[in-house]
Design a binder for this molecule. Structure first.
Ligand SMILES: [Zn+2]
Ligand SMILES: [Zn+2]
Length: 288
């Protein structure tokens, strides 16, 4: 029997899971990066420099940005498939010399959460996506949007979901400097803003990804899912293949709540909302 994934009775915390500093190929120092996100009202930030594990001390000052550790590893695997993989967690001993496959294995042994980064931009195939036990995939990557438009991972995500993989979606900035950021983020629902609470909410998928609109509530009464959102043009329940339900129309009417029955014959269902400028937000799959 599947269980409802969400518990949105805690507090929403906004953060970015993918950012680079001058320690790899970013243009801002970690301090400058942190100050930029803090000023924009972000609650937490992962620094994910290429092959450089971040090692930020945990600070629990409620007025300051919460740093959480991570790394991005990249390169070809032994079959010649090229990957970028964002790993969330604390890591030691990950080096470019060990190569991508050994890097993934080491990150998993260290209890890391591994995310297939920007699969569209990488040219990853579905075979690439299911070759390793990724916990998540980037449904949106803001830097890739601006670099060549190849920012969207929803096709790969849905292809993984239809194969029965419990994979999370992540919208991220992948910031490399100060001029292309705050375009994709996640909003986590957690009891408090500590590294442990935020990480366990992310692992549980108790968050949504967004490029603009917000989910305020995602609740289930055993039969129907009830959603409250910021003003949007559409609220969609997205199922496998062509399955889907939609509230809202194409005539600029805004809605802020909706109720759906989740068809028992759908192998998965996730929510998607879209605002008037066309910016989307995505829930994770609702039942796990
Ligand atoms: Zn990358
Ligand atoms: Zn990156």
């Amino acid at each position: 029997m599947k269980k409802f994934r969400y518990d949105t009775s805690g507090t929403w915390y906004k953060g970015n899971t993918h950012a680079h500093s001058t320690l790899s190929d970013g243009g801002l120092s970690p301090q400058e990066l942190g100050a930029m996100y803090e000023k924009a009202g972000f609650d937490f930030l992962f620094r994910t420099d290429h092959w450089i594990s971040s090692n930020e001390p945990e600070t629990n000052d409620p007025n300051r940005l919460l740093w959480i550790n991570g790394i991005e590893i990249d390169g070809p695997d032994p079959d010649g498939s090229n990957y970028h993989v964002v790993c969330l967690g604390n890591f030691t001993g990950l080096t470019r010399e060990m190569g991508l496959k050994a890097g993934i294995e080491s990150a998993l042994r260290q209890n890391g959460l591994i995310i297939l980064a920007h699969p569209h931009w990488m040219g990853n195939t579905l075979d690439d996506a299911i070759k390793y036990p990724f916990h998540g995939v980037e449904v949106y990557n803001h830097v890739c949007r601006w670099s060549n438009g190849k920012s969207d991972g929803a096709f790969v995500w849905d292809s993984m979901l239809i194969q029965g993989r419990n994979v999370l979606g992540f919208a991220s900035d992948d910031t490399h400097g100060g001029n292309c950021w705050h375009g994709g983020w996640i909003v986590v629902n957690a009891k408090s803003r500590t590294v442990d609470e935020i990480m366990s909410a992310i692992r549980a998928g108790n968050y949504y990804s967004s490029c603009g609109p917000d989910f305020h509530k995602i609740e289930f009464d055993g039969q129907q899912v009830h959603v409250e959102t910021s003003p949007v043009s559409a609220i969609r329940l997205v199922g496998p293949r062509g399955e889907g339900k939609r509230l809202g129309n194409c005539e600029n009417n805004t809605i802020t709540h909706g109720t759906f029955e989740i068809p028992p014959n759908w192998s998965y269902a996730r929510l998607e909302i879209e605002d008037e400028p066309g910016r989307r937000a995505w829930s994770n799959t609702l039942l796990v």
